[in-house]
Design a protein around this ligand. Structure first.
Ligand code: ATP
Ligand code: MG
Length: 565
């Protein structure tokens, strides 16, 4: 995880530096607390990089804690995928894997203590009444008639709630704080509700489950967390976070600090929306290469390092902003440019016949694997009389500045020869070009003319007799507007109908038969690609385009802005 960029600085690091200087702390303890009810996405990655990054750069540690207080939604499948994804991103929690459900006994003891101290009570208002009594932002709330129930009665009721004597919705446990507080979060918040559901870790032991606000800060305190980092929507909950800790004999006093969660242009990070796309078949699954999930990004060919680089470069903000997807892509390109071996692949093939090259002859030509990395060496590519080239590399009538094949024009075939276009064969019925013809100059082997003459165009190619067949999938953004959902009723109205293009007749150089899942590749001129981890097999190869060589959207966005769009 080395980087030659400047050390990270942000307001949270400033706070921690201050705590070290003042002697308040001599190590930091952070945590990443996912709810195991879905797959991790790039927004979670920013939180992972933040929390684990602090533990890496300061003396200290970062815990992975499953926030599994809700028995209805959690599944162990999600927990396993989260573990795998955090590891894939490059982080490790050592022995510090925890579950909020592991604290249920302690949390219950503390609830009894709050009751004994006159700081909590069992309420039997209905959910609707509780809402009515809560008041509004401008009006104070009203005390529940059950608020001053005697301690003994409260203790009896909470025990019976726990034992399953009451139906869901009949009773709740509430903290007794202040129904007139200007902050509605402090108006006697609910600590426990009845849920007659089995929990995937605690089974049928509990019939009551703690609310997030009650469980979260206390879990932090139990683990000795020093800095509890969360997104901005919890700002109003901070006084409550502090209240529980101040009113209970916790072993530590963590501090909650809020930061602006990631908002990424052209992307949706809501689990609810993402789940809907999966359930309704609008994408192929949580790992669809267009999804912003870590699984999707990984299948698409993103590397863990490129995601960490992105998280570092966007930095940490106190207030909301939209980050640009192009920043994610440019970091990835920089990395893959250095690491990805090059190969030649023709995605939309058309035949090129070299009419003066002997029929039946084949030769092997040296091709450099990575011009950025000499140690990657050289491979041999077969060359013969009939090749495939991209159909876009031939124009019968060439526009200005078109430097590729057109009758009379000489170009370089990458790593091979100079060829001069002599014409094309057309389908007599449709007029469509089916074959391009050219002659080659045998003295230009390797792609250089001994007489020093230059050509303006270099195109890639694959020998027809030696080519392997593959399907290649090109992706575009899943949503076609920067802020999906803005101004429409349903975010799906903004789905990009052209987010995937499947090319079924691609022709690849033979070395690509050896391509392996997880190894990035550059197809010369076409972008960075990888073997699809799900659908590819030796009999039927499937490649994903990870990212194009250049940012096509930069131009589109610029044009839109120029038009005032
Ligand atoms: P839910 O709506 O189900 O709570 P969530 O995205 O908040 O969804 P969690 O599993 O609760 O999911 O999130 C785990 C951690 O990831 C939390 O600490 C949360 O603050 C952080 N996180 C979630 N989304 C983002 C985001 N877009 N940017 C930064 N951090 C995020
Ligand atoms: Mg959450």
């Amino acid at each position: 995880m080395t980087t030659n960029e400047l050390p990270e600085t942000n307001f949270i690091r400033d706070i921690i530096d201050g705590d070290f200087e003042s002697g308040k702390h001599s190590s930091v303890v952070t945590r990443f607390p996912p709810e195991p009810n879905g797959f991790l996405h790039i927004g979670h990655a920013t939180s992972i990089c933040l929390n684990f990054g602090l533990a890496r750069d300061y003396p200290g540690r970062c815990h992975l804690r499953f926030d599994d207080t809700n028995p209805l939604k959690e599944e162990s499948l999600f927990a396993e995928s989260i573990i795998e994804d955090v590891r894939w991103l490059g982080f490790d929690w050592g022995d510090h894997l925890y579950h909020a459900s592991g604290y249920f006994d302690q949390l219950y003891e503390w609830a009894l203590q709050l009751i004994r101290d006159g700081k909590a009570y069992v309420d039997e208002l209905s959910a609707e009444q509780i809402r009515e009594y809560r008041g509004t932002l401008t009006e104070p709330g009203k005390n529940s008639p059950y608020r001053d129930r005697p301690v003994e009665e409260n203790l009896d009721l909470i025990e019976r709630m726990k034992n399953g004597e009451f139906d869901e919705g009949t009773y709740v446990v509430r903290a007794k704080i202040d129904m007139a507080s200007p902050n509605p979060v402090m108006r006697d918040p609910t600590m426990y509700r009845i849920r007659k559901a089995e929990h995937h870790r605690t089974g049928a032991k509990w019939c009551i489950y703690p609310m997030y606000d009650y469980a979260h800060g206390l879990s932090d305190a139990i683990e000795g967390v020093t800095h509890s980092l969360c997104t901005l929507e919890f700002e109003n909950n901070r006084p409550l976070y502090d209240w529980f800790i101040a009113n209970l004999p916790t072993p530590a006093t963590p501090r909650q600090i809020e930061f602006a969660g990631l908002n990424l242009g052209y992307t949706v990070l809501s689990k609810r929306v993402l789940r809907g796309l999966v359930e309704d078949g609008l994408v192929s699954g949580w790992d669809d290469p267009r999804m912003p999930t870590l699984r999707g990004l990984r299948r698409r060919g993103y590397t863990p390092a490129s995601i960490r680089t992105f998280c570092r470069r966007i930095g940490l903000a106190r207030r909301h902003a939209v980050s640009e997807i192009s920043l994610l892509e440019s970091g990835l390109r920089e990395e893959l440019n250095l690491s990805a071996p090059r190969a030649m692949a023709v995605l939309r093939p058309i035949k090129l016949v070299i009419t003066n090259y002997p029929e039946g002859q084949k030769e092997l030509l040296d091709a450099v694997n990575n011009p950025e990395d000499e140690s990657a060496g050289v491979r041999q590519v077969p060359f013969s009389r009939e090749l495939y080239i991209e159909d876009a590399d031939f124009r019968e009538e060439a526009p200005k500045k078109y430097f590729r094949l057109t009758p009379g024009r000489e170009v370089r075939l990458r790593w091979a020869y100079f060829v001069t276009c002599t014409g094309a064969v057309k389908d007599p019925d449709t007029g469509e070009v089916i074959e391009v013809h050219c002659t080659y100059d045998p003295k230009t082997r390797g792609g250089d003319a001994p007489d020093g003459r230059k050509v303006k165009g270099t195109i890639h190619w694959v020998s027809a007799a030696h080519a392997i067949d593959a399907q290649v999938r090109l992706y575009d953004r899943l949503f076609c507007v920067e802020r999906p959902g803005a101004g429409v009723d349903d975010v799906r109205e903004h789905l990009n109908p052209d987010s995937i293009e499947v090319l079924r007749d691609c022709k690849l150089e033979p070395s690509l038969r050896e391509a392996r899942v997880g190894e990035p590749l550059q197809f010369e001129r076409m972008g960075y690609f990888c073997v699809d981890s799900v659908d590819s097999s030796p009999q039927s190869l499937v490649f994903n385009r990870t990212v194009a060589l250049r940012d096509a959207w930069a131009k589109i966005d610029k044009a839109a802005k120029a038009k005032g769009g």
